[in-house]
Write a protein that binds this ligand. Structure first.
Ligand code: 5GP
Ligand code: ZN
Length: 135
């Protein structure tokens, strides 16, 4: 399989690794949104968040929870985002699940998401229909 991040895991492609254990790797993003932007991935290939088993998600989240504040601290950042794009329409470019850690700095100018008030009110109606339906 021709997966860029599997190649990073297998060291067939170079990367700046911040953390590695038997199941996960954290490495610097090649095109950082802010200083210190890095990615955490499971070593075993999975296309996206949905494809992961629930136990792996638990370990993955715990690791990001541990690493993200350390990255932000090392960078002397004011805050950080953790985020994941799942599917092309959500901005996923690399088909190997990855969690972004993006240190944030006061007035760094990075803008994230956002929809207008009219769309928000339509969503409120739809959420009412969803009440209690998520298993
Ligand atoms: P996505 O849009 O799929 O959520 O994010 C993919 C991320 O991978 C982007 O932030 C992009 O800069 C990063 N990326 C793409 N190719 C490489 C690479 O070869 N090496 C590293 N370190 N990061 C990469
Ligand atoms: Zn892969």
């Amino acid at each position: 399989m021709d997966c860029l991040f599997c190649k990073i895991v297998n060291k067939e492609l170079p990367s700046k690794v911040l953390y590695e254990d038997d199941k996960f790797v954290c490495f610097m993003d090649i095109n950082p949104h802010t200083k210190g932007h890095c990615l955490v991935i499971p070593k075993e290939h999975a296309e996206n968040f949905t494809a992961l088993d629930n136990d792996t998600v638990g370990e993955f989240a715990k690791l990001v929870h541990r690493i993200a504040p350390q990255v932000a601290g090392m960078m002397k950042a004011d805050a950080y985002n953790v985020g994941m794009n799942n599917g092309a329409a959500a901005g996923q470019v690399i088909g190997h699940v990855h969690w972004h850690i993006i240190p944030r700095y006061r007035n760094d100018g990075l803008e994230y998401w956002g929809i207008n008030e009219e769309e928000v009110s339509k969503l409120d109606e739809r959420f009412t229909e969803l009440d209690g339906k998520i298993k």
